[in-house]
Each structure stands twice: as C-alpha cells, then as structure tokens.
Design a protein around this ligand. Structure first.
Ligand code: TYD
Ligand code: MG
Length: 406
C-alpha cells in the first residue's frame, strides 16, 4: 500500500536507527504494531528502552502492563538506567481501564504488555483465549486509529513459533515484528514481517547486556569461519539484508525409528534436502537420526539455505568438512538440481563481509555485475557438484549404494 507523503512526514523515530529501518522509516501515527516473541526473549526490555527514547524526543508513552506490576517495571527501568519520568504506567488487565487510560493520557505511543493478559470484562470468555485476544486487539487498534496514536501490542509465541492465540491477530495490525534469538547467547534479531507501511523482512541485530539491549552488528559472530564436519555456512537473505550463518547437522545411526529434529530450520525443507542428499550420495541417512540447527537458533527457513543444509548433512554423515572458507547458496529441487534464488548481489556482499573465500552458487542464476576478486564464485547446477568435498568417502558409499533396502 502506498503512503501519502504527509503520513511519511509524520513518522516518529524510535531513537533506534535499526528499528526505524525495520519499520520502514519509524512508527506511523495511528498504526498498530504487533511485537511477537518467546517469553523471556526481551520484548518488555526492548519496548521500555524504546519508550524511554521516544519520551526523550517529546513523544509521550503509556505502558499498560498486565504482565508486571508498576514496581517490577520501575525496577527494570532502574536496571536499564531509565528514569521513567516521561513514561506513564497503567495496569493492563482490563480492556476498559486501558482504553480509559489511553484516552486520559493521549500518548504518542501506547504499549500493551501483553495482549494475552488483557481481558474485556464485558465478555465472559477466558483471558488469553482466542476471542478475548482478538476482541481486545480490535478495540485497541480502532482506538489508536481514531486518535492517531501508535499502539504496540506485545504477543507471546509458542515454542513452535506460532503466535499464542489467534493467527488473526496478525490481520488486526499493520505491522508484525518478531523478536527472537537463542536464550543462551545474548544475540537477538528483530525481524519485520507483514508491513503495510514499509518493506517486509528487514532485520536488526541486538545484544542483550546487563544494561539492556544494544544495537549491534552480528555479521562476524554468525559464521564461525571454521571448517569442521557437520557445519556448513549459508548466506541467507532477510528482507534486503543478507548475512552468513552456520548450519550444523548431526547424523546418528539407529536401529529404532529415526528421529528428525531441527532448530531454526524449516522441518519440511530439511526432510526434503536430507532425502535428496541421501539419494545423490547414498549416505543411508534414512536409517539415521538427523538433527539440524542454525547458529544461535536463528530462523533460517528460506529455500536459499537448502544447499548449506545439504552440505552440513553430507559433511556430518561422512566426517569430511566443507572446504575452508566456503559458503553455500541455492535452492535444492527434488531432482537434486540447484535452483537460482534472489538477492545474489546482497548475498555476495555478505559472503565477503563474513570473510568467505568461496561461494557455491546456482549455475544459470543472476550473478553480481562486479565479480569480487577476493571471493571465488563456484557455479553448481546439481547438488552433487557442491558436495564433491565428500568424494573421498565415495568408495565406501558405493558399497552402500548396492544395498537397496532404503
Ligand atoms: P524481558 O524483557 O522481561 O523478556 P520478555 O518481555 O520477552 O518476556 O527480558 C527477559 C530477560 O532479559 C530476563 O531473563 C533478563 C534479561 N535481561 C538482561 O539480560 N539485561 C537487562 O538489562 C534486562 C532488563 C533483562
Ligand atoms: Mg515481558
């Protein structure tokens, strides 16, 4: 949807340049944003920091929290070094109270933490239930639109990555942001999903520190640059930004029904790529437990990551590491051919930024106009061509190939 220029002019900067970029240039008055993420990932922290910066630039914020009491919010603010003077607080369990607080305060930005804890006392359905969540979201979004207030709804996602409550919550808002990362590491990524006011798929990196979230450049940390069996580097695309990210695979022989488990990867694509790799190299993966993970558990679900998944699986199965400094880009089809993917210019730049020296790319696809001197682009038409590093094991695999039980 195109925006009238005056709407664009009225955009509010969050004070975090990378968040503004993900939003498509800042918050839009009257716009509704959903920030979704797993519990404990740092949603409340991020929005408290945003609220602090917004109030500093003259945009009053109201924080309605049903998750935490005022004292808890104040103590977090204390830890973050936020004095909290300009941020008003309202309890966030009752819809009418929140709506009244918004009307009384008329903030520039109202943050609802979270949409799952709020309930409409006029309704008899359970708080957190599908109809309550949707009803409350609709009421808050309608109020925001009427008064030109930005409303940010915090939503929890389940372990599987689904939004707890109705999927329709995503339809109620203009912009969906997700906040994710591995709890054990401090790295977090804010990713733009649906966005009526800007590009989709932009991302911003943060580091969770004792002083809160700090914008960071994660590029050097996501691809280890090491060459070890079971690990291959993907160069993936999120919005218009590309980054190198390691994929790990583990292959364990089993007599029982083999498990397949992934973290950060698309399970459906993982199964297909495993089957194709198995067929091409005769690895007998079908009788092994297969595990796949992206570095830091960051989401790596686009088809362009297929070739790296194939390389990680082939490497894990044979013990042969991919060539030192190599990265992989390409979608793997059922026949094993490597299909072109978009954003090659960005991916090549990201591969260079990550210090890669060779990048396996789909043959016949678009290539960057300028061939970088320090990065060898190896064009591959078939997954087999990208997996020649396991050739040393080919002899043993020949024996397996004669075993037709799979
Ligand atoms: P929180 O914002 O409460 O997560 P969410 O709202 O998504 O549930 O943050 C959760 C974690 O972040 C908490 O376990 C502690 C950690 N944290 C820090 O490491 N540094 C900080 O400055 C703050 C405020 C939190
Ligand atoms: Mg919280």
């Amino acid at each position: 949807m195109s925006l009238a220029s005056d709407e664009l002019d009225r955009r509010i900067s969050t004070g975090f340049p990378s968040v503004d970029r993900v939003l498509g240039g800042g918050l839009v008055p009257g716009g509704a944003v959903l920030l979704a993420g797993a519990p404990g990932i740092g949603k409340s922290t991020l929005l408290l920091q945003l609220a602090s910066r917004l109030t500093e630039t003259g945009h009053p914020c109201l924080l309605a929290s049903g998750e935490e009491a005022r004292a808890q919010v104040a103590s977090r603010a204390g830890r973050l070094g936020i004095d909290g003077q300009g941020i008003s607080f309202a309890p966030g369990r009752d819809l009418t109270e929140v709506v009244d607080a918004v009307l009384a305060e008329r903030p520039a930005v109202a943050v609802i933490d979270s949409i799952h804890t709020i309930r409409d006392s006029a309704s008899h359905s359970l708080p957190g239930g599908v109809s309550q969540v949707r009803m409350c979201a609709d009421a808050l979004v309608a109020q925001a639109k009427e008064h030109g207030i930005v409303v940010v709804l915090i939503g929890h996602v389940t372990k599987e990555g689904d939004l707890a409550g109705p999927r329709t919550l995503e339809h109620a808002v203009d912009t969906v942001l997700t906040f994710e990362g591995d709890h054990r590491s401090g790295l977090r990524v804010l990713a733009g999903g649906k966005n009526r006011f800007g590009p989709e798929g932009e991302i911003a990196w943060f580091e969770m520190t004792p002083k809160g979230l700090i914008e960071t450049d994660a590029t050097p940390r996501l691809a280890g640059g090491e060459s070890e069996p079971g690990c291959a580097t993907a160069v993936t695309l999120a919005g218009r930004r590309a980054f190198a990210l390691d994929v790990q695979a583990l292959v364990v022989a089993t007599d029982g029904p083999p498990r397949r488990q992934v973290a950060g990867l698309d399970p459906h694509r993982f199964h297909i790529v495993a089957a194709v790799t198995d067929r091409v190299l005769s690895l007998r993966l079908n009788r092994s437990e297969l595990f796949g993970a992206s570095s830091g558990g960051l989401r790596l679900e686009e088809p362009g990551a297929d070739l790296a998944v194939a390389a990680a699986l082939a490497s894990a199965s044979t013990g042969c590491p991919p060539p030192f400094g190599s990265g992989f880009v390409g979608e793997v089809s059922l026949t094993g051919s490597v299909r072109p993917v978009g954003g090659m210019d960005h991916r090549v730049s990201a591969a260079r930024a990550a210090g890669l020296s060779a990048l396996f790319v789909p043959a016949g696809g678009p290539m960057p106009d300028d061939r970088p001197p320090d990065l060898r682009l190896v064009q591959v038409a078939h997954v087999r061509d990208a997996l020649s590093f396991v050739a040393a094991k080919g002899a043993t695999n020949q024996d397996m190939a004669s075993d037709q039980r799979f």
